[in-house]
Design a protein around this ligand. Structure first.
Ligand code: C2O
Length: 553
């Protein structure tokens, strides 16, 4: 195994993906940022030098961080941010996973431009569990705003001006017509597309005109080969898919478009479809490309559901492990949007003059302000968090058809704001039934767990039925992943083994939902040996500044 070393110089740069110049924070002056190439078993060392004007952390999304919980880069959960003018070196092993992941800033909004690919190939001499592709191509989706990032602090976040494929907005906009991602292919060859949705807030459909793809991995876990003409990725998800250039020589659009899934608060426009291009070698460049038809209306929900729920893990493949049958800790978690008191001196647009808040089991997560959660836990410092995150919501009701009926239900509109965590015994098997609710709105939320992959045992619509739905769970070859879209008005059942001591976030990966507090955290307690215990933090772990204002999630 090798040591792979990178320098991430974070600095502001002027870019113009769309119509006007905009100053953004970047890594090494590029958008998207640098691609990290490693092999499974390598050690990754990244020196982050913060020459920007922002407080930052870098999170290695989906990397297990076995025995390196201080390197997770979760702002105020595992570290205080790296302040302007400071630096920090992340150092960790990448083991037990292969495929595509992403790195991104883990401070609200900054992920918009601070992100890039992590490509984990098999150890040398080990093959892929699929035919070797002719070439591999990272394809990174992002959302773009022609405004200063500070404007994105608004709740709800403003609608994006465009999407980007590998930093380019393409020909949907006249001002970016000539800046479109081009993938040159040779007829008959097969390409491995390493697709990443780094968009802040939008699930994206992805389609290539006249071509099917074969999905071979999701979230850096191999899948049974799955053939599809369309894909959907929530923010934070990745798909590795084989594309064979098996069509007549020509030009073909690759298109991304937003999944709109019933969101009455923010009117998501339908016209933010953008294109990249597949260019066959020998094609006439002045012909018009073959077009895609993207899923629309109710068709979106069924397409998303089909793609998300049909994929299965590659039983017996590299790093595959069977589902544990025994559950030690079972949690039922409702997610909802509620209302928070309006801070003095601000304008709030909630229906009762409040501002929107998010919740899990009716708790709105408050990000610690003076010390990271993991440091508070390790040093036994009280007052930073409470370990009373409940295994159930305070009320049972018809989650998918919520209307205020009485005082009790009304309480579910006003979640309790605190930093509450759930402690887990080392090596316990945890089952999470995550129920989306119709409190105020129903949309698909992409729930992401740090530090682990979970098995997705089932997806469904309506209220989870603990008898009938439980019977249908897939315990044989369920997906293994780190981010799952909980269907609008529906549920997912997840299972994971808490075998990595430390503090791990579980949160909605829509960036706009971080300040809303759709977050909770697990603290996995120590195992019996030093190797299974949380070690002291590195001596150069960034310290918090005395001005807590800057840590707003
Ligand atoms: Cu990709 Cu907590 O994040």
């Amino acid at each position: 195994a090798a040591i792979v070393e990178h320098v991430f110089n974070v600095e502001d740069v002027v870019v113009k993906p769309l119509c006007q110049e905009q100053m953004i924070p970047s890594v090494n002056r590029s958008l998207p940022g640098p691609t990290i190439n490693v092999r499974e078993g390598d050690t990754l060392v990244v020196h982050v030098i913060n020459n920007s004007t922002y407080n930052i952390t870098i999170h290695w999304h989906g990397v297990f961080q076995r025995n390196s919980p201080w390197m997770d880069g979760a702002n105020m959960i595992t570290q205080c941010p790296i302040q302007p003018g400071y630096n920090f070196t992340y150092r960790f092993d990448i083991t037990g996973q292969e495929g595509t992941l992403l790195w991104h800033a883990h401070v609200v909004n900054l992920r918009a431009t601070l992100h890039g690919a992590i490509i984990i190939r098999p150890r040398s001499g080990r093959p892929y569990p699929f035919p070797k592709p002719y070439k591999e191509v990272p394809i990174i989706f992002a959302q773009w705003w022609n405004v200063d990032l500070a404007v994105l602090q608004l709740r709800p976040a403003p609608i994006a001006d465009a999407f980007l494929i590998n930093g380019l907005a393409g020909d949907t906009y006249s001002c970016s017509k000539n800046r479109m991602h081009n993938l040159k292919v040779v007829q008959g060859k097969t390409y491995l597309l390493r697709i990443i949705n780094a968009a802040l807030n939008t699930h994206l459909f992805f389609k290539i005109a006249n071509h099917n793809v074969t999905v071979v991995a999701i979230d850096a876990a191999y899948t049974t080969p799955y053939v599809s003409d369309v894909m959907i990725l929530t923010p934070g998800q990745t798909v590795d898919a084989l594309l064979t250039a098996d069509q007549p020589i020509g030009l073909y659009y690759m298109t991304i478009s937003a999944y709109i899934s019933a969101h009455p608060i923010v009117p998501v426009p339908t016209d933010r479809t953008i294109n990249g291009l597949i260019v066959y070698e020998g094609a006439a460049l002045n012909t018009s490309p073959a077009k895609t038809t993207m899923p629309e209306g109710m068709n979106q929900i069924s397409t998303a559901h089909r793609f998300s729920s049909n994929i299965t893990s590659l039983v017996g493949g590299p790093h595959w492990t069977p589902v544990p049958r025994h559950v030690d800790e079972k949690m039922f978690i409702t997610m909802g949007l509620g209302l928070d008191p309006c801070p003095l001196g601000t304008k709030c647009i909630g229906p009762l003059g409040q501002r929107y808040a998010g919740s899990l089991n009716n708790r709105t997560f408050a990000i610690p302000q003076t010390l990271s959660l993991q440091e508070a836990y390790f040093h036994n410092i009280s007052g930073i968090y409470t370990d009373d995150f409940p295994n159930q919501p305070p009320l049972k009701f018809d989650y998918t058809n919520f209307e205020v009926r009485g005082d009790n239900e009304y309480k579910m509109l006003f979640p309790e704001r605190k930093t509450s965590v759930k402690k887990l015994k080392f090596n316990s098997t945890v089952e999470l039934i995550v129920q989306n609710t119709g409190i105020i709105t129903s949309e698909s939320h992409p729930m992401h767990l740090h530090g682990f992959n979970f098995y997705v045992l089932g997806y469904g619509f309506g209220n989870y039925d603990p008898i009938n739905d439980a019977r249908k769970l897939n315990l044989v070859n369920p997906q293994m992943r780190n981010t799952v879209g909980v269907p609008p008005g529906g549920w997912v059942v997840l299972r994971f083994i808490a075998n990595n001591p430390g503090a791990w976030m579980f949160h909605c990966h829509m960036d706009a939902h971080l300040p809303y507090g759709i977050i909770m955290a697990f603290i996995v307690q120590n195992g019996p040996t030093p190797e299974t215990s949380l070690q002291p933090p590195p001596s150069n772990l960034p310290q918090c500044s005395r001005d807590p204002k800057i840590y707003e999630s």
